[in-house]
Design a protein around this ligand. Structure first.
Ligand SMILES: [Zn+2]
Length: 143
């Protein structure tokens, strides 16, 4: 079987049985985002134990690529120190499913979960550093 077929099977399997799908009781952070062009719409819950992302779950609706990437991302991120989760790059995620050459129109499907995770991490970090919020507002209000 060619490697592209293996990746295709993985995407189908994950879309039927997504990993870490659902919600957490009493999450530390929740973030929502959507990709209106495709109809992907996800919520992600994170729970931290000190500097470790101890639990992560996502829920919502998404196409096969979106569900597969969300599954893989949560599997990569779960149990990792915040610094390592922060360092996850889009190329790392795309490579896990052989999606490096995905068409531009589908990239948002693949990266929605990573975008949500990064925003959720920002919320968590900002919550423990109240100054971060004013920095964000200052940056957004520059022009
Ligand atoms: Zn999609």
């Amino acid at each position: 079987m060619a490697s592209t077929d293996i990746y295709h099977e993985m995407i189908i399997d994950y879309s039927r049985n997504p990993a870490n799908f659902g919600s957490l009781d009493d999450p530390d952070v929740t973030h929502h985002d959507s990709n209106p062009l495709c109809g992907d719409s996800l919520d992600m819950d994170l729970k931290f134990d000190g500097d470790t992302l101890s639990e992560i779950k996502f829920r919502g609706k998404g196409c096969a690529i979106c569900m597969a990437c969300s599954s893989v991302l949560t599997e990569i991120a779960k149990g990792k120190p915040i610094g390592e989760v922060r360092a996850i790059q889009k190329g790392d995620l795309l490579a896990e499913l052989g999606l490096e050459h995905l068409q531009a129109v589908r990239i948002k499907c693949a990266l929605l979960s990573l975008k949500i995770l990064k925003f959720a991490l920002y919320k968590h970090i900002a919550a423990s550093h109240p100054d971060a919020e004013s920095l964000k507002e200052e940056a957004a209000g520059l022009y």
